[in-house]
Design a protein around this ligand. Structure first.
Ligand code: ATP
Ligand code: MG
Length: 406
């Protein structure tokens, strides 16, 4: 099969592949970018595989960066752009069900494609659009099928993360998982606990942000894979609740994790503990907590300007997606988003008065009283009771001082 009219993203990379070929080596586009081209899906990055060793790539191109040279990855800099190329390799060892003990560079494309996880991810494409399909990936793409390259049992033993990848591609692409591959997941699900949580987390997030998350969630439930994810043991009911939702997709990582916790009915004050087991970043944990706090107020219809201000734009957007997903408060969410847009300020740094100005213009000294004045000023501006201007806020501060209850 030869693809014509390659997406524009390939165009500037083609001369790079041509130069590697002119130097006597092979070079191909590989993996997700070939799969997504054939599916007509958006391509976010391109991967290049080559028979040239890293040292040979560095002889061909003057400007390179060693981005992962021990794994064979070198970034070629060309016309202001960077192209990651990885030398064909085989992997062996896998004594711990995760990363291979050894990576060996090889000259053969077929050896490289053999180590890849699924047939649809084991396609290669020449710079001229010719597709190399050694494992019937094209036919599985047509059948919308995720199928392990080779024996699923052995492949999941080599790297247990592939089971999470199977369920995430089911969601991402809205594909079925081949029965034998699915059986392999069922039989080996417990091996997932050997995998670094950070890697499982990436796949879980992509599953939740895919085209058809219920498909991935059903596969996790039917195989029991969920039992070996952080905090999900025994949570079939909550996961089923999420899988039963109809109004997808979600568009941000904040929305993804918030939806999961909402489905599992994790209270806002326990969300950080839950998400820490998934090793999410502090920022993301704090956002999810804000979303859950907001949804708590929303459920009780207790949303005021201060609730909106504290939630913030991105978290509010995520809360809206969760509300749509679970089919509640949809119209109100839209109103709340409009109300949010109309707030006088959206960040505390936008307050038109600061401590220095209060020191200069009022009898206040640094300390708790000044903190209170600033906090009350902020709330008053957010509530629309005081204009966000220095004179108005200084006047308001005088009033607070004169009231004397600081
Ligand atoms: P995405 O669009 O999500 O990036 P992708 O197919 O590019 O999808 P990556 O995780 O970026 O997925 O991996 C790139 C390629 O590397 C895959 O297409 C696959 O060929 C191979 N690969 C990645 N992870 C594994 C793994 N754990 N086992 C075997 N092959 C893998
Ligand atoms: Mg990729």
């Amino acid at each position: 099969m030869r693809l014509t009219n390659l997406p524009a993203i390939f165009e500037p990379a083609r001369p790079v592949l041509q130069r590697i070929e002119q130097a006597g080596y092979e070079a191909y586009f590989v993996g997700g970018c070939v799969r997504d081209t054939i599916l007509g899906d958006h391509i976010h990055d391109i991967d290049i595989a080559t028979s040239a060793y890293p040292s040979e790539i560095k002889q061909i191109f003057k400007r390179t960066v060693d981005t992962g040279i021990e794994h064979g990855t070198v970034m070629i800099l060309d016309h202001g752009k960077g192209y990651e190329t990885t030398t064909f390799r085989t992997e062996s060892g896998y004594q711990d069900f995760r990363r291979p003990d050894h990576v060996t560079f090889v000259r053969s494309l077929s050896e490289d494609l053999k180590r890849r996880d699924f047939t649809i991810n084991a396609l290669a494409m020449k710079e001229n659009g010719e597709v190399i399909d050694l494992f019937d990936g094209l036919s599985d793409l047509k059948k919308h099928l995720i199928k392990a390259v080779g024996d699923p049992e052995a492949r999941f033993h080599e790297d247990a993360l592939r089971m999470m990848r199977a369920v995430r591609f089911a969601s991402k692409l809205d594909f079925d998982i081949d029965p034998q591959t699915l059986q392999g997941v069922t039989d080996n699900a417990s091996l997932l606990s050997k995998i670094a949580v950070e890697r499982t987390q990436v796949e879980m997030e992509k599953l939740l942000l895919g085209q058809n998350p219920p498909r991935g969630l059903h596969a996790m439930l039917s195989t029991g894979l969920y039992q070996y994810c952080p905090e999900l043991e025994g949570q079939a009911e909550g996961l089923q609740r999420l899988a039963d939702c109809n109004h997808w997709p979600l568009t941000s990582n904040i929305a993804a994790w918030s939806a999961l916790l909402y489905a599992l009915q994790v209270p806002a004050d326990q969300s950080t503990h839950f998400l820490r087991q998934w090793k999410l970043s502090n920022d993301l944990m704090s956002s999810v907590k804000s979303v859950l706090v907001f949804l708590g107020h929303a459920a009780k219809n207790q949303v005021d300007t201060w609730t909106l201000f504290q939630c913030g734009r991105n978290n509010l957007q995520a809360a809206a997606e969760v509300a749509i997903l679970f089919d509640f408060a949809k119209e109100q969410m839209q109103e709340w988003q409009n109300d949010y847009a109309k707030l006088a300020i959206h960040d505390r740094h936008e307050l038109a008065v600061n401590g220095g100005q209060l020191l200069k213009e009022t009898p206040l000294k640094p300390g708790p009283a000044m903190g209170k004045v600033l906090e009350q000023s902020l709330r008053a501006v957010v509530a629309g009771k005081v204009a966000n201007s220095l004179p108005a806020l200084l006047k308001y501060s005088e009033q607070l001082i004169n009231q004397g209850d600081l």
